[in-house]
Design a protein around this ligand. Sequence first.
Ligand SMILES: Cc1cc2nc3c(=O)[nH]c(=O)nc-3n(C[C@H](O)[C@H](O)[C@H](O)COP(=O)(O)OP(=O)(O)OC[C@H]3O[C@@H](n4cnc5c(N)ncnc54)[C@H](O)[C@@H]3O)c2cc1C
Length: 159
Amino acid sequence: MALNALPDGPGAEVVVDAAGLGARLLAGDGSLSPVRGQVVYVDQVGLDQWWLDESGPTYVVPRSSDIVVGGSADEGEWDRTRDPDLDRQILARAAELVPELRHARVRGHKVGLRPTRPSVRLELEQRRKTRVVHCYGHGGAGVTLSWGCADEVAGLVDG
Ligand SMILES: Cc1cc2nc3c(=O)[nH]c(=O)nc-3n(C[C@H](O)[C@H](O)[C@H](O)COP(=O)(O)OP(=O)(O)OC[C@H]3O[C@@H](n4cnc5c(N)ncnc54)[C@H](O)[C@@H]3O)c2cc1C
């Protein structure tokens, strides 16, 4: 359910706050801000290598049945409306890098907001009888960092 505050009181002895950008409200953390990113999904055209060019950024991520082509990074932008011009730019940049993409069929699009903060917040906060373990603010690296952060969170939860 959508919470308007972190749970506390009876039944909420331990709460893990992994709300991403939602921690702006739940933890009252104004240092969190979005970095908008747009990607295009195209058919798999036989690629088995990743490509990343920091400018843009431009990246090509082959998966079993499709390829994720990115991207963009707009700091402070909350708007999740898709920008078709940006799709075209992304595909053109990617095709410069990987010419096989030139005629790949577009399957879909996605826009997301990276939950960015000067540094990840991973710490324990005692709020009366509730132990809150905060874990948010991973920006554009939350998937990469998830295993290590989950280990640390579990350690804090176990005391
Ligand atoms: C275009 C793009 C490309 C990316 N590429 C990479 C990449 O290549 N490698 C990488 O490591 N990372 C990448 N990331 C970043 C990664 O997706 C994020 O860092 C990661 O998803 C953050 O995970 P999270 O669980 O902290 O937050 P989220 O995934 O945002 O999850 C937060 C959850 O909390 C819930 N929530 C928030 N507020 C409330 C509330 N008030 N009540 C109840 N529930 C609430 C939300 O509904 C959501 O389910 C990319 C992101 C984007 C947008």
